[in-house]
Design a binder for this molecule. Structure first.
Ligand code: ATP
Ligand code: MG
Length: 315
């Protein structure tokens, strides 16, 4: 049996209905929406029909149940989700500013998401993993770094594969041991999924092409550089290709990278032709931004094929 697994935070997101700054006055908000980058990623993997699981902790509350029910009904194995009796499920309040940037108010570190999911059920899920997706935003403490590293080493030793979305802020690299851990993640990675400036975040080289050469020399098999509405640049040892974006009206950009990544990883892992996989993933990213709510844009393979027929590509 094959299984794609991710370790990381499950959250709810609650979104302001109006554009503006912060949460300093009473405003109308909509939510809770299921969220958390690893949760969105794995939900999309399940929507593609692949066997998959998430290892995480939620609280014994409606925010946790809302997520567990969505993930389960979309086909994610939820046995590795621990329910903590003490801490609440993590949450993020978000409000868009007029320039398109976002104000966040997080409760993650001190929520259930800050607890290492070490249950026996979680261990069983990790032992069964044949592919691990490492999410940089989930490497939030030395304990989570170590749990991901141990799992990644074990998967590779069993002949499995690793994908890595750095999704990191530069400052995180300054915390003790982080730069070394990132080096090891890169060395273990088969599929690298950086977005924007993350392509050169973990390399000595500081321009794109030298960074690509450096990463491929370290053993990375494929590099998929996400560039938002500008599309995707793909690299492997033999080829480099540009994947044009689909033209859509962006409603909510949150979750695009994770829906893109979940689609690409599921198809790549299944042995799909890489150009086909990139095109469907580009559709998944574009589809995601047309829906309000971070996980609401996740879509089945059939929906994505219909979407691809109905949309124009940028040239
Ligand atoms: P996130 O903000 O979720 O972390 P990301 O930075 O990891 O996202 P993006 O580059 O924003 O990832 O999105 C991934 C892919 O989805 C893009 O490379 C593109 O193919 C598609 N995509 C994202 N936004 C748009 C858009 N506005 N229009 C068309 N396609 C888009
Ligand atoms: Mg990203």
């Amino acid at each position: 049996m094959s299984k794609i697994v991710v370790i990381g935070e499950i959250l709810v997101e609650i979104m302001a209905d109006s554009i503006g700054n912060g949460f300093n006055e009473a405003i109308a908000m909509t939510g809770p929406y299921p969220s958390g980058a690893p949760a969105i990623f794995i939900d999309q993997v399940a929507r593609m029909g692949a066997e998959c699981a998430i290892v995480s902790t939620v609280g014994d509350d409606d925010f946790g149940r809302l997520n567990i029910e969505r993930l389960a009904s979309d086909g994610v194995d939820i046995s590795g989700i621990a329910v903590d009796q003490d801490r609440p499920t993590g949450s993020a309040f978000v409000r868009y500013r007029s320039d398109g940037s976002r104000d966040f108010l997080f409760n993650i570190r001190h929520s259930a998401s800050g607890l290492l999911p070490e249950s026996e059920a979680a261990q069983r899920v990790l032992v069964d993993a044949t592919h691990l997706h490492v999410m940089g935003s989930s490497l939030s403490s030395p304990a989570f770094v170590m749990m991901n590293l141990k799992a990644a080493r074990a998967v590779k030793q069993r002949g499995g594969t690793i994908s890595f979305d750095p999704n990191l802020r530069k400052e995180i690299l300054l915390s003790p041991g982080m730069a070394e851990a990132m080096k090891e993640f890169v060395a273990l990675t088969d599929v690298f999924l950086p977005s924007g400036a993350e392509l050169t975040l973990l390399t000595k080289a500081q321009n794109d092409l030298d960074a690509v050469a450096e990463l491929l020399a370290l053993g990375i098999k494929v590099i998929v550089h996400k560039m938002g509405a500008k599309g995707v640049q793909y690299y492997d040892a033999n080829t480099s290709k540009f994947i044009a974006p689909y033209i859509v009206d962006e409603v909510d950009p949150t979750g695009a990278g994770d829906c893109f990544g979940g689609t690409f990883v599921a198809l790549w892992y299944a042995g799909t032709d890489v150009t086909d996989a990139l095109n469907v993933a580009a559709a998944a990213g574009a589809h995601a931004v047309t829906k309000r709510g971070p996980m609401e844009g996740a879509a089945s393979y059939e929906t994505l094929i219909e979407f691809m027929k109905s949309k124009e590509r940028a040239v």
